[in-house]
Unconditional design. Structure first.
Length: 278
């Protein structure tokens, strides 16, 4: 069965993937390259999960129709596996993204949407900050782009968060801002969650090593050294886009004008209050 590392794009999924893979495969950690183990947690939907199910893997309709079929196939071995996804949880037409037969649990990573807007602009080579605002508000949003990753239905930030928050079993919420503020608390939460599914016996000193490896500053440094291989290219310049390009939880204050902030806070008011963002 599958444990999903689910999030809206640019919410800290890769960061949590590093923590999760380091906890599960602690003895295999390469302390010079914190990204080395992340390849063991694949993105979903991925080409190899659909190549024998869909005639046209670039067609979103065929991907949607085979979500459950591909997961049924992945779960034939009855083993716990972890996948990263940016997909909305729920149904597209009559087709559900997943179900409790295929899903063992969910680690959902959420981030202040005001900060996501500035990150989205860079990540997806969007024209300006208003284009990023339209992206995060759009309910019919599909994402294309990462190598090997198939069309992914992300919808709006609000719809995405609401779709996953009531998953009926083994749901863990991780806030990006808490990872920045108190990483020790968050890694303990993640470790205790994973112990439900894996035989783990890490000591405090082991978790400390993982924390030092995966600080935002270290990840940014190692990306500059060329260790990170998942960067997208800017659509116009073809230069690689820095992935770990912002960190502080209040970075949006430097990037967004008051009108845009007010629009986001109005649109996402209930969810932002619930999460303590406003």
């Amino acid at each position: 069965m599958i444990i999903w590392l689910a999030s809206y794009p640019k919410s800290g999924n890769t960061w949590v993937r590093i923590l999760v893979s380091s906890i599960i495969k602690f003895k295999e950690i390469d302390f010079e390259n914190p990204f080395a183990l992340t390849k063991q947690i694949e993105s979903y939907p991925n080409v190899k999960h659909f190549s024998d199910l869909a005639k046209d893997i670039k067609n979103p309709d065929e991907i949607v129709q085979n979500w459950i079929n591909s997961q049924n196939k992945l779960n034939l071995d009855n083993k716990i596996k972890i996948f990263k996804t940016h997909n909305l949880l729920g149904s597209f037409g009559k087709y559900s993204f997943t179900n409790t037969n295929n899903t063992a649990g969910v680690i959902y990573i959420v981030r202040d949407p005001r900060n996501i807007v500035s990150s989205l602009k860079n990540h997806f080579s969007l024209e300006d900050i208003n284009a990023a605002k339209k992206f995060i508000l759009a309910k019919d949003n599909w994402v294309y782009g990462e190598t090997g990753v198939l069309p992914t239905f992300v919808s709006s930030w609000k719809m995405h968060y609401l779709s996953w928050k009531n998953f009926p079993k083994n749901y863990l919420l991780i806030k990006y801002e808490d990872l920045l503020k108190n990483p020790t608390n968050e890694i303990i939460k993640i470790y205790n969650y994973l112990k439900k599914f894996f035989q783990l016996d890490l000591k405090d000193k082991d978790l400390d090593k993982i924390l030092k490896l995966s600080t935002f500053e270290n990840l940014k440094k190692k990306e500059k050294e060329g260790k990170f291989k998942e960067n997208l290219e800017h659509l116009k310049t073809k230069n690689k886009i820095d992935f770990f390009n912002s960190g502080p939880s209040s970075d949006w204050k430097k990037q967004l004008n008051s009108s845009l902030v007010n629009e986001l806070e109005k649109e996402f008011s209930g969810e932002m209050k619930e999460l303590g963002y406003i």
